[in-house]
Design a protein around this ligand. Structure first.
Ligand code: FMN
Length: 168
C-alpha cells in the first residue's frame, strides 16, 4: 500500500535540503506519496503515516528549528513511523574516533524528545564550502573542523543516502 510520507529538514547552507530531496525522490520511486518541506513550512502533520526529520549538526547540535519541531509536535509525532537523520562533517572520516562521535550525535538526537521513539537515527557525511560561510564564522569553522579531523569539501554519499531511503 502507498504510504503518505513527509521528509522535513532544516538547513543553513543547503546541503541538508539536497539530502532530504534525494530521500524524497527515492521514496517517490516506490510509489509513495511524498512531500519534502522545510521544517518552517510544515503546516499539517495529520495526513502522514511516516515522518522523516533531518538537520545538519552545527556546533555539536541539531539546528534549533529541528529540535523545536520535535518538542512542539510530540502528540502528533507519537503516532507516526518516525525517522531522524543528521548531516555532519565528522562522518566524512571513517576513523574509529569519528564513527564514535557520529554514534554520540545519534544518541543525543534520539534523546532530544524522550517521549518519541524513532525507528532509526541515521548520520550522513555532509558538505561545506568555506567561501559560503560568513566571514566571521569562517575562522571558528576552520578551527572546529580541525578539531573534528575534517576539512571542507562535499562528502555526501548519494548511494548511501538512497540505500537508507529504500530501507525506510
Ligand atoms: C558553522 C558550522 C558549524 C558546524 N559544526 C559542526 C559540528 O559541530 N560537527 C560536525 O560534524 N559538523 C559540523 N559542521 C558541518 C555541517 O554539519 C555540514 O557542513 C552540513 O553539511 C551543513 O549542512 P547545511 O548545508 O544544510 O547547512 C558545521 C558547519 C558549519 C558551517
Amino acid at each position: 500500500m502507498d504510504k503518505n510520507i513527509l521528509v522535513t529538514y532544516s538547513t543553513k547552507l543547503g546541503s541538508t535540503k539536497e539530502v532530504a530531496e534525494k530521500i524524497g525522490k527515492t521514496l517517490k520511486e516506490k510509489e509513495n506519496n511524498v512531500d519534502v518541506f522545510n521544517i518552517e513550512d510544515v503546516i499539517n502533520l495529520q495526513k502522514y503515516d511516516t515522518v522523516i526529520v533531518g538537520s545538519p549538526i552545527r556546533y555539536d547540535k541539531w539546528m534549533n528549528e529541528a529540535r523545536d519541531f520535535l518538542k512542539n509536535n510530540t502528540k502528533v509525532l507519537k503516532n507516526k513511523r518516525l525517522f531522524y537523520f543528521f548531516v555532519c562533517l565528522t562522518l566524512s572520516s571513517k576513523s574509529e574516533r569519528s564513527t564514535k562521535r557520529g554514534q554520540k550525535y545519534a544518541e543525543y538526537i534520539r534523546n532530544i524528545n524522550p517521549s518519541l521513539n524513532p525507528i532509526d537515527v541515521k548520520g550522513f557525511a555532509g558538505a561545506v564550502e568555506l567561501k559560503r560561510v560568513p566571514f566571521h564564522t569562517r575562522y571558528i569553522l576552520k578551527f572546529l573542523l580541525k578539531l573534528k579531523g575534517a576539512s571542507e569539501g562535499d562528502y555526501r554519499d548519494w548511494n548511501e543516502i538512497e540505500k537508507w531511503a529504500q530501507e525506510v
